[in-house]
Design a protein around this ligand. Structure first.
Ligand code: LLP
Length: 402
């Protein structure tokens, strides 16, 4: 994003601040669509990555539906004007009332629990659901991001199939789809292909009412120069081929669904902070910024690397810095990073700040969440104001403690 525009936005809205580039999101959608060479493709944006409703609307405008994992994400998507028919609900461990909400509102439900399937099958005669399976594929950019392996809480295990089959037959459940999601930050395309082969093998068990095969999300993006993002050409080609072959055998057209989150919004986001202090230690200099893991948790929770740019002194002489936050806890953004000389007051920009940053933020240390600005079509728009103390205190009920 051009530095003049960034400076303008920072001047208007202050820091900390999230800035999103709508055109980049549009490109990401187009690039992803182009590698799956089939009109049967439905992209459902995993809105947990960045859940601002303006972003949902924008991505919907680019032809995508929404993948939701809570009643609140479903309600937010509906209130953003996304039709129920374009929303999937793919929860794990959610409350039954959330599943009922999906069914009562004609939102496609993907279920991964046999007990819940039986309860809902009794309540909703002729229940139509997609089944989420655990493909037993261990992959992801961090142990916390591997969710498709044999010991994960997600997805129906193959050994549950006899029980699932019994429920389907007993209550006349219509299995309209099969689904899996292996994990996040997966570089090697072989994992996606293996999981898709697994999906085809289970699809063969439910041929009658099948409408879709959903292979989830999880594509790796480039956080640093040396990163190898997922080779999407290869994923698209291999999956489309397997999909076409299966449809041919079935003698019917199905929908091919993918649920990307990170790969649509990550590189469209910038998180701008200001340097509040410097401290020279005998190891290296520490630069303190006006944020912490309350706004940007990925470096601390997943040991994630995020490129840092010194917007105020881009040509300064590089030296190693520890970049730390303002929380009363260890909140190291970078342990030892060569950055152009940092001065107090400089603005730093974290790259790849679109996905799983604002949406994973909290009010820890009673720090308000930052504002969000969307730049799209020659306009920059405030799409969420910064929180205030009043916002944070509002849910509290003051009782008489005496
Ligand atoms: N579908 C399902 C069912 C999911 O659970 C997820 C992400 C996605 C799709 C989208 O995955 P993506 O394309 O964004 O990798 N907070 C972590 C990522 C957690 C992903 C959780 N599920 C991070 O910051 O890396």
């Amino acid at each position: 994003m051009n530095s003049y525009l960034l400076a303008e936005i920072i001047k208007t809205h202050g820091t900390p601040l999230f800035i999103y580039d709508g055109e980049r999101i549009e490109e990401n959608v187009q690039n992803l669509r182009s590698v799956f060479k089939t009109d049967a493709l439905d992209i459902h944006y995993a809105c947990k990555a960045l859940s601002n409703r303006n972003i949902m609307k924008l991505i919907h405008k680019f032809g995508c539906g929404i993948d939701a994992v809570s009643i609140f994400e479903m309600q937010a998507a509906l209130s953003a004007g996304i039709p129920a028919s374009e929303i999937n609900f793919t929860p794990s461990g959610a409350e039954l009332s959330e599943y009922r909400f999906a069914l009562d509102n004609n939102i496609k439900l993907h279920i991964d629990n046999a007990g819940k399937l039986e309860i809902l099958a009794q309540e909703y005669p002729g229940l139509r659901v997609a089944l989420r399976f655990n493909p037993d594929v261990r992959a992801g950019g961090h142990a916390r991001l591997e969710v498709g392996a044999g010991d994960s809480k997600f997805g129906l295990y193959p050994e549950e199939l006899p029980e699932v089959k019994r429920i389907i037959d007993q209550y006349g459940v219509q299995v309209t789809g099969v689904h899996c999601h292996v994990g996040s930050d997966i570089a090697d395309e072989a994992y996606f292909i293996r999981a898709f082969e697994f999906l085809i093998s289970v699809s063969e068990l439910f041929p009658d009412n099948l409408e879709l095969i959903d292979s989830g999300g999880g594509y790796k993006v480039r956080y640093k120069e040396s990163d190898h993002p997922t080779d999407m050409e290869r994923v698209g080609k291999a999956i489309t081929k397997l999909f076409r072959k299966f449809c041919k055998t079935l003698g019917r057209e199905l929908r091919l669904v993918i649920e990307p989150g990170k790969s649509l919004v990550s590189d469209a986001g910038y998180f701008i902070v200001q340097v509040t202090a410097l401290k020279q230690t005998n190891r290296r200099e520490i630069a303190y910024v006006n944020s912490g893991f309350n706004h940007f948790i990925r470096p601390m929770y997943y040991d994630a690397y995020h490129h840092i740019e010194n917007l105020s002194n881009p040509t300064g002489k590089p030296k190693p810095y520890k970049v730390a936050g303002y929380l009363c806890e260890t909140d190291t953004f970078a342990l030892s990073r060569a950055l152009p000389e940092i001065r107090v007051g400089d603005y730093l920009s974290f790259h790849n700040a679109g996905a799983y940053t604002m949406s994973m933020s909290s009010n820890y240390n009673m720090r308000p969440r930052p504002a969000e600005v969307l730049v799209y079509g020659n306009r920059n728009m405030l799409i969420r104001r910064a929180e205030t103390l009043e916002d944070m205190l509002a849910p509290e009920i003051v009782v008489d403690i005496s």
